[in-house]
Design a binder for this molecule. Structure first.
Ligand SMILES: C[S@@+](CC[C@H](N)C(=O)[O-])C[C@H]1O[C@@H](n2cnc3c(N)ncnc32)[C@H](O)[C@@H]1O
Length: 395
């Protein structure tokens, strides 16, 4: 403030001053208010370099992410103050996820993996009813992870002699590699894994099914689309992926969706770490911060539940102002400045109760057909179709 008074006295900034006794004040006028606001913004822009702790992403960062993904990370950081969770599943991030799932499988307490397996197993009879009369079943597993939840379902369809194709779609090539290896370990050559790298929030998958849908057996072929493990609760909007999924599906196809619904228990429970006792930042989220070279001395981790938005979150709060300097080669340089005290959101999970989940599917056009809860009522499965009964006669 005193600097601006001096600057105004020297004619360097345009502020009206007010003298009382020995003291000089900045006059309280609307013009001065605007000028001060402008000066503050300008001050932020021209803050000297020492104000920011400058970091540069590690060389591996540029190997792991494409230019488009890096630009997306930059935009998400500067516009939304977040790093989308999906970028944590690439490369070694896939290994972190697989480690967590291996732990989940042997853990005594309930968790997302065991609940999904339980739900799929419990609903095989219902599923057989929906698949009745179909000779070929294509399983399209969206956000396939390590494929563990579908092991028994694939075995069941194999045994019935109806499994035609198993297609895994994931943002992470490394995750697809793990899924392929697992499927080969379980079923050898009996199941051929087809993996595709795609973003399910923006890309459809109907192109992968054209051959089957034009085949003479098309009438007896059904696509069983799986969206397991609550992947959509982490998207910016819960329904981000529903439209591309709906638009990729055919008349008789089915969507199986599993997730943890909002309950008092789920609000308290944070199963995020790879160690049961983890209260600090899980390696799953630390992965991308490390790749960006944001050292843990620069932030405090925060886990919480936002009651108003019904959203669970993990974020880091910066202890210093940080500037991330991205160098995509040649003149392609970008910088993102983050303020001291500002937050970077690393994880969100929307909490929806079961009626809300069904409503969201309905808004995307799906027809609700069947639902089920785990015995402990903490995990939910729904089966939806795309066709309304009334349409059948008209087609
Ligand atoms: C929560 S895990 C669920 C994995 C598996 N379905 C299960 O139930 O164990 C989310 C998976 O979806 C993938 N994924 C996340 N966002 C994605 C996106 N936008 N497009 C494609 N895959 C995505 C991740 O790489 C990860 O494998």
């Amino acid at each position: 403030m005193y600097n601006w008074i001096d600057a105004a006295k020297n004619g360097k900034v345009d502020l009206k001053l007010h003298q009382r006794g020995n003291y000089t004040y900045i006059a309280d006028t609307p013009e001065n208010g605007l000028a001060l606001q402008w000066l503050a913004e300008k001050g932020k822009k021209y803050r000297n370099a020492a104000y920011f702790k400058t970091v540069s992403p590690r060389p591996e960062f540029y190997d792991i992410y494409s230019d488009r993904q890096i630009l997306d990370i930059i935009t998400n950081l500067s516009v939304h103050g977040e790093i989308p969770l999906q970028y944590n599943y690439l490369q070694d991030g896939a290994k972190n996820y697989e480690d967590r799932m291996v732990r989940f499988e042997v853990e005594a307490s309930t968790n997302s993996l065991r609940s999904t397996i339980e739900l799929l197993k419990d609903n095989l009879v219902a599923l057989d009813r929906f698949l009745k009369g179909k000779k070929k079943v294509n399983v399209i597993d969206l956000g396939v992870g390590n494929a563990r939840p579908v092991k028994e379902l694939l075995g069941h369809l194999l045994e019935r002699g109806v499994l035609h194709r198993y297609i895994g779609i994931d943002i992470s090539p490394a995750m697809l590699g793990i899924a392929e290896r697992n499927v080969k370990d379980w079923y050898g050559d009996a199941v051929k894994f087809e993996g595709y790298v795609r973003d399910i929030t923006t890309e459809q998958f109907d192109d992968l099914l054209v051959g089957d849908m034009l085949d003479e057996d098309a009438d007896q072929t059904i696509n069983l689309v799986l969206l397991l493990g609550g992947t959509p609760v982490n998207f910016r909007s819960f329904n981000d992926a529903f439209k591309p999924i709906f638009n990729s599906m055919h008349r008789n196809d089915l969507l199986i969706h599993t997730l943890k619904p909002d309950t008092e228990f789920s609000r308290r429970y944070f199963d995020l770490g790879s160690k049961s006792s983890a209260v600090t930042l899980s390696p799953i989220f630390k992965y991308i911060l490390d790749l960006l070279n944001i050292d843990e001395s620069l932030y405090d981790a925060e886990l919480g539940f936002d009651i108003e938005r019904k959203m669970r979150y993990t974020r880091v709060r910066l202890k210093a102002a940080v500037e991330i300097q991205f160098d995509l080669g040649g003149s392609k340089k970008r910088a993102v400045s983050l303020e001291k005290g500002g937050a970077i959101q690393l994880y969100r999970a929307w909490h929806l109760d079961t009626p809300e989940i069904i409503t969201e599917l309905g808004k995307a056009g799906f027809t609700f057909l069947h639902a089920s809860l785990t015995e402990d009522r903490q995990y939910f499965l729904s089966i939806s179709g795309v066709e309304h009964r009334g349409d059948v006669e008209r087609v």
